[in-house]
Design a protein around this ligand. Structure first.
Ligand SMILES: Nc1ncnc2c1ncn2[C@@H]1O[C@H](COP(=O)(O)OP(=O)(O)OP(=O)(O)O)[C@@H](O)[C@H]1O
Length: 308
């Protein structure tokens, strides 16, 4: 598949401090790449390098195969972006802001502005000054600005920032539609791990400036640990039946039986039959999956230990 956004071993040093170390990204057409990391891990610095806003100390970035430099302006025609809090003119209205960006982009069709306002649910704020918008609507204005020229690539730093839950769903649906139906390639950074898990086709985890893991969303559930959690009327006796049958189990902090035995997780009905047969019929039996947050914390802690 065609690589659209690429960084080749980029690093950024600030007076001896390495904010980004040796990060290589290859993002293919139509992919939604979720870039996650703790505060200060290097997400914005990487995005700024990809957008040519700062120069890598080492390595290079490429958009559609063309090297990102301060003079190669042509590539930005196909890119829409937001970096941190989106820039707008605070004394101008939403409509005026978008009109200015339309003219800067030399787009002749004036209908584009109302269309994008509609798409981002900004029409009712058209006459509101940008400085009076909520953080969520400022974010929408930033996304509207990024979408104005129908770019085939979107590079978005924390696009969900400040949005309420329904706003998050709206933006998620919009980005998914752009990627799936229009082949737009999206790189988005976020600290909203749950959101990233829902939307991304691939997830990159950056920690202390290093890209420590990349996971295809298809592989995500394989990587997340699963547990079979069981409750019976007598968990102390039921657990001894399970251990005798070879299923390593423990009683968790809630007093429930918990096992990470793969055979038990794959065949919960077998466990249920065994317990019924031995007189400890389960009252509940559920397979629980580790969520992305705890997975993320686990691997960043592990990496943190390695880096010390
Ligand atoms: N201009 C700069 N001069 C010196 N240090 C910088 C500069 N810009 C960023 N840093 C440092 O580089 C590191 C990475 O910062 P960056 O903004 O890329 O992180 P981030 O992952 O985007 O964090 P957040 O989620 O908080 O926005 C931080 O320690 C930050 O303080």
């Amino acid at each position: 598949m065609q690589t659209v956004i690429k960084s080749s071993r980029i690093s950024k040093n600030y007076k001896g401090f390495q904010a980004v170390k040796d990060v290589s990204l290859n993002i293919c057409k139509g992919e939604i790449y979720g870039f996650i990391g703790l505060n200060g891990s290097g997400k914005t610095t990487t995005i700024r390098m990809l957008l040519g806003m700062i120069k890598p100390t080492e390595g290079a970035c490429y958009i559609k195969g063309e090297k990102v430099t301060s003079t190669n302006h042509r590539i930005w025609r196909s890119v829409g972006h937001i970096v941190e809090t989106p820039h707008c003119y605070p004394e101008l209205t939403v409509l005026e802001n978008l009109e200015i960006f339309r003219r800067i982009r030399l787009m002749s069709d004036p209908e584009i502005v109302p269309r994008v306002m509609e798409q981002l649910h900004l029409t009712r704020y058209a006459q509101k000054k940008a400085r009076n918008l909520s953080l969520g609507n400022t974010q929408r204005l930033g996304i509207a600005k990024a979408l104005l020229h129908s770019p085939e690539i979107l590079i978005l730093d924390e696009p969900m920032n400040g949005l309420d839950p329904s706003g998050i769903v709206e933006i998620r649906t919009l980005l998914q539609d752009l990627a799936l139906n229009k082949g737009v390639t999206i790189l988005m950074s976020s600290h909203l791990l749950r959101e990233v898990a829902k939307i991304a086709t691939k997830i990159g985890i950056i920690h202390k400036g290093r890209l420590i893991q990349e996971i295809e969303s298809m592989q995500l559930s394989e990587r997340l640990n699963q547990q079979l959690v069981i409750d019976t009327r007598n968990n102390a006796s039921a657990i001894s039946q399970l251990t005798t049958a070879g299923y390593a189990s423990k009683i968790n902090n809630d007093g429930l039986i918990e096992t990470t035995d793969g055979r038990a997780i794959r065949n919960p009905d077998e466990i249920s039959r065994l317990l019924v047969y031995t007189g400890f019929a389960p009252t509940t039996l559920t397979v629980k999956e580790e969520n992305l947050e705890s997975y993320f914390l686990k691997i960043t802690e592990r990496e943190g230990e390695k880096l010390q």
